[in-house]
Design a protein around this ligand. Structure first.
Ligand code: NAD
Ligand code: IPM
Ligand code: MN
Length: 360
């Protein structure tokens, strides 16, 4: 059966990076003789402009029926006056909830060519290869009650044992396929939800005797992430901490524009999105870094389309482009968004239906 992909380019640089990611998806599947159906829908500010809501019913229905969803970014200054369910960001949260994608994988790999050009010393970042597993459908983002009046506002952090167990299992399974180390990050010295989190992660650890589990407090872990990131393999943490730590981890990779993500649930379509936002400061200038979006397509091929070989071909093509200096401005280069996508496509090498790595 032909896989159905729904694309939601969204706002700001979203459409610019998604255009390149879709072009790469078409190129790699064509080379492999695999057909895919790609259908674009509205989300975020463009959806609000068109019909008053950030996640229209047509988009919801299309996403529910898809094999995978590829999203750019939502939001921007034009829609910042909106409140509550009308906000662009609410549309994205609703989508994550609708698809029940509770585990958000955010891999951070430092390319050797970029190790000298981050804000940190190269010996700190060289060789970093970690994954943040962020709980995505619970915590402060979704807790009730949540409301605000003029002088008082309330957000509520809620976690259930089941919510922690299922994301912990994803993280342990991933760690056991990788280097066998898991750090669970919480704020157990203050938060009741963190006490439940820690106790539950400890209980799940008995199912994964090959994984070494460590607990860390989020404040000091935030420091360790930029001070000694090399020893970190897999991190599992709640929704809000994962959001903040993953942008911090982007510093290791050289730019927020480098990071892809995969959001998965028990069943149903996965949601794939670069970690960055709509970057209003550079939108419309053909200078956004599309690697995060392109690498999100690689994750889609791995996790939703059963083609890890094609995911690896895209990752190898991106590596080869970085190696030869195809770098957007955020990485200190001058390549345009569209040139970068074109370079990845010409570096792609899929032969006889099977992908081969690009020599670097
Ligand atoms: P942002 O991620 O949009 O931008 C932060 C900084 O990183 C900016 O300087 C930007 O230019 C840079 N940057 C981001 N992506 C880049 C790329 N691909 N290439 C080069 N540079 C890049 O975060 P922000 O400015 O705090 O938020 C802007 C808007 O985006 C807000 O409305 C926010 O809610 C929204 N947002 C959406 C998502 C999403 O849809 N998944 C994620 C984060 C933020
Ligand atoms: C992200 C974003 C979103 C989040 C916003 C836009 C709702 O920052 O995907 O990291 O906080 O989850
Ligand atoms: Mn974020």
């Amino acid at each position: 059966m032909t896989p159905r992909i729904v694309t939601l380019p969204g706002d700001g640089v979203g459409p610019e990076v998604i255009a390149q990611a879709v072009a790469v998806l078409r190129a790699v599947t064509e080379q492999a003789g695999l057909s895919v159906e790609v259908e674009e829908h509205l989300i975020g500010g463009r959806a609000v402009d068109a019909g008053g809501v950030p996640l229209p019913e047509t988009t919801r229905a299309a996403c529910r029926d898809a094999d995978a969803v590829l999203l750019g970014a939502v939001g921007g200054p034009r829609w910042d006056h909106l409140r509550g369910a009308q906000r662009c960001e609410s549309g994205l949260l609703e989508l994550r909830s609708l698809l029940k994608v509770f585990a958000n994988l955010r891999p951070v790999r430092v390319h050797r060519r970029l190790a000298d050009s981050t804000s940190l010393r190269s010996e700190v970042v060289r060789g970093v290869d970690l994954v943040i597993v962020r709980e995505l459908t619970g915590g402060a983002y979704f807790g009730q009650p949540k409301h605000a009046d003029r002088d008082r506002a309330v957000d509520t952090t809620v976690y259930t044992r089941t919510e922690v167990e299922r994301v912990a299992r994803v993280a342990f399974a991933l760690a056991s396929e990788r280097r066998g180390q898991l750090v669970s990050v919480d704020k157990v010295n203050v938060l009741a939800t963190s006490a439940l989190w820690r106790e539950t992660v400890d209980a799940v650890s008995t199912e994964f005797p090959d994984v070494v589990l460590e607990h860390a407090l989020v404040d000091s872990f935030a420091m360790r992430l930029v001070q000694r990131p090399r020893g970190i393999d897999v991190v599992v943490t709640e929704n809000l901490f994962g959001d903040i730590l993953s942008d911090e981890a982007a510093v290791l990779a050289g730019s927020l524009g480098m990071l892809p993500s995969a959001s998965i649930g028990e069943a149903g379509p996965g949601l794939y999105e670069p970690v960055h936002g709509s970057a209003p400061d550079i939108a419309g200038q053909n200078r956004a870094n599309p690697y995060g979006a392109i690498l999100s397509v690689a994750l889609m091929l791995r996790h939703s389309l059963g083609r890890p070989d094609l995911g690896a071909a895209i990752e190898a093509a991106v590596d080869a482009c970085i190696e030869t200096g195809v770098l957007t401005r955020d990485l200190g280069g001058s390549a345009r968004t569209s040139d970068t996508g074109a370079a990845v496509m010409s570096a792609l090498s899929v032969r006889g239906g099977a992908a081969v790595g690009v020599p670097s």
